[in-house]
Design a protein around this ligand. Structure first.
Ligand code: GSH
Length: 365
């Protein structure tokens, strides 16, 4: 459908939603500093500069900000959360609380997620969030090593004439506010000289509804999000199609508040542990029964000998935390296979560096 055929009620609904409370993507600092509850980087338990580890351990629960509606990453089905991001919440809880189930999942939209992290409403944000310079800098956040290398794509109806972005002159594109997606769409389409109308929607539900009702010619977001949508849309998997082009780099991963270096180190090294375990061939099934003599592995599982007997990375955790993490959620490949593989996404960069991918764990020593 072209602009001329847009249903007016759909557009009014969309713009109404935007007016009701959307920011522009969290990639500039204006909205965040203007928002009454957004500037509080010193507010809340474990806020910046504070001791998040102690706060989490005292609470006995990790408050993990998630998406909640994105199959494969975090999906809430009757209070049961599953997904790739959910597993990383559980991994952090296993490390710091010795209980992967000690997680309070807090569902956040693209618009609310950074404020929730800044204010201390959540201890960590693991919600298909892209690491960018201004989120790191202007928003006062910090991203760990990337857990999922993604890129922005475009989904269209399978029977449409669109084969590439260049074919999308004078179209309406469904896009979620508060995302890098919104910004990339503008940059890429402008650079290519493609005239389009963004239909800005504030959450997945509104976006799904609008696309399924035919209000847009294309739906753009991270390719993983599109794969997830394709699996779940009422339009049917075979009736939608994702264009080959990738419009951006979207390194997704956990984020924490800046200023609590110990907490950042912990979350970062939990992510690293899953990658390192895959490289070592350690899995949820075999890690606790390792009986080999590889000194690197022994150090990793807290059973180092000789100089490594007292090894402590200095994160304020005990020697067994890597074992708990891997026992709880498995290594990176296990997490990927359980959650992402069903979406049918090619592993591509999300493989170990030894297999031609980008996942590389710094040494645990
Ligand atoms: N990775 C991008 C996009 C993340 C994002 O919020 N994507 C949307 C579309 S898949 C989403 O998760 N929506 C769910 C919701 O907010 O209800 C970012 O960090 O800005």
């Amino acid at each position: 459908m072209r602009i001329s055929k847009i249903k007016l009620p759909a557009l009014l609904l969309a713009f109404g939603l935007v007016a009701a409370g959307c920011s522009d993507g969290g990639d500039t600092d204006e909205e965040t500093t203007e928002s009454p509850d957004a500037g509080g980087q010193t507010e809340g338990e474990g806020a910046a500069g504070g001791d998040t580890l102690a706060a989490v351990q005292e609470a006995g629960t990790l408050k993990c900000g998630v998406n909640g509606v994105l199959a494969g990453f975090s999906l809430n089905e009757g209070g049961e959360y599953t997904g790739f991001d959910v597993d990383y919440c559980k991994a952090v809880a296993a490390a710091v609380l010795d209980d992967p189930e000690a997680v309070e999942f807090i569902e956040l939209t693209a618009d609310t997620r950074f404020t929730a992290l800044q204010s201390g409403e959540v201890d960590v944000l693991i919600r298909n969030g892209t690491w960018t310079a201004s989120r790191d800098g202007a928003l006062g956040l910090q991203w760990t090593l990337t857990t999922f290398y993604d890129g922005q794509g475009m989904l269209v109806m399978a029977d449409s004439e669109f084969e590439s972005l260049e074919d999308m002159q004078n179209t309406v594109i469904c896009v979620q506010s508060g995302t890098t997606t919104e910004l990339n769409l503008a940059t890429v389409f402008e650079a290519k000289g493609i005239t389009y109308e963004p239909l800005l929607l504030e959450d997945q539900e509104a976006l799904t509804q609008q696309f399924e009702q035919g209000a847009c010619d294309g739906y753009t977001t991270d390719k993983s999000g599109l794969a997830s949508f394709a699996q779940t849309t009422s339009l049917g998997f075979d009736n939608v199609r994702i264009l080959d082009e990738t419009m951006s780099k979207e390194p997704l991963g956990p984020a924490v508040r800046q200023g609590d270096d110990q907490w950042f180190d912990i979350v970062n090294w939990v992510v690293i542990a899953t990658i390192q375990a895959e490289e070592f061939g350690l899995t949820s099934d075999n890690i606790s029964s390792y009986d080999g003599d590889d000194p690197e592995i022994l150090r990793f599982i807290g059973q180092g000998t000789g100089d490594d007997a007292e090894f402590d990375a200095g994160f304020g955790l005990d020697k067994d935390y890597n074992v708990r993490v891997i026992e709880a959620v498995g290594n990176y490949q296990e997490i990927y296979d359980r959650n992402i593989a069903p979406l049918g996404i090619a592993e591509g960069p999300n493989q170990l560096w030894t297999e031609g991918g980008l996942h590389y764990a710094p040494p645990y020593r």
